[in-house]
Design a protein around this ligand. Sequence first.
Ligand SMILES: NC(=O)c1ccc[n+]([C@@H]2O[C@H](COP(=O)([O-])OP(=O)(O)OC[C@H]3O[C@@H](n4cnc5c(N)ncnc54)[C@H](OP(=O)(O)O)[C@@H]3O)[C@@H](O)[C@H]2O)c1
Length: 255
Amino acid sequence: MTHALGILGTGALAAHLVAGLRAGGFDAGIIVSPRGADVAASLAAAHGVQVAASNQEVVDRARMVLVCLPAAHGADILRGLTFSAKHSVCSAMAGVGPDVLAPLTGPARVCQAMMPGASNAIGAGPCLLFPAAQDWQTLLAHLGPVLVPTSQAEYETAAVFGAMSGASFILMQALAAWFERRGITPELARPLVAATLAGNAAVLRDAPHDWDAIIASVATPGGVTEQLVDALQQTGGLAAWDTGLDAVLDRMTKG
Ligand SMILES: NC(=O)c1ccc[n+]([C@@H]2O[C@H](COP(=O)([O-])OP(=O)(O)OC[C@H]3O[C@@H](n4cnc5c(N)ncnc54)[C@H](OP(=O)(O)O)[C@@H]3O)[C@@H](O)[C@H]2O)c1
């Protein structure tokens, strides 16, 4: 075992995480699986990762193994690999948790994680991890805050944030598109949306229990915020998020 970290599944998520690990100061050896050859080659060139000849070589040469395989086929791919008690395996596959992982990777230790991806590449994305595992907490801390739920059930519900995170880009795109349709240049509209949401997110992050105080401080009674929120409620714009999140939770927990 010559590498600190092995990654199975060298695609978009692996690219984000390797970039974030290196930017966050993780300079130990990383070995990645060979499929996704273009991404693997670019990670080798930019971040000094080794590209294995096979998935089994990743497992044989790393103690910590992060599984970033397609969720639909991940279990079948892992079934063909051999792990030992020295391995610590973390699934980043949506909806594929320790119950699926443990029988396939035994006697390795197992856990699961969910993360946004793109923001981890700049050290600013949360990683949800369960169960707590010191080696993974230390590694994932290079990518942003590590949040550990208190139960498997809490993890499964919280992990829906992965879909919320991706959808938030679509929300920002829709908001910027409205400004652009009204004649605002993309150079103004996009940073306007991004900086507004980033600033508001920082306010919430720093005072997470003060919803009412925050909203009272920004929404003048009878003002334009109230007008927009009323319109969103009347058209089902806010309730639609509940409907969509419920559907993702069902898919991730019931298959
Ligand atoms: N993208 C994100 O930001 C994100 C965030 C959180 C969680 N996730 C989870 O991460 C996993 C990967 O997502 P992704 O977006 O990175 O997908 P992706 O870009 O499609 O990458 C998947 C990679 O797995 C490779 N692969 C397919 N079959 C393989 C096999 N038999 N052996 C080895 N590698 C194989 C693919 O290679 P080929 O290209 O050669 O087929 C591809 O390089 C998913 O389970 C997803 O739920 C993704």
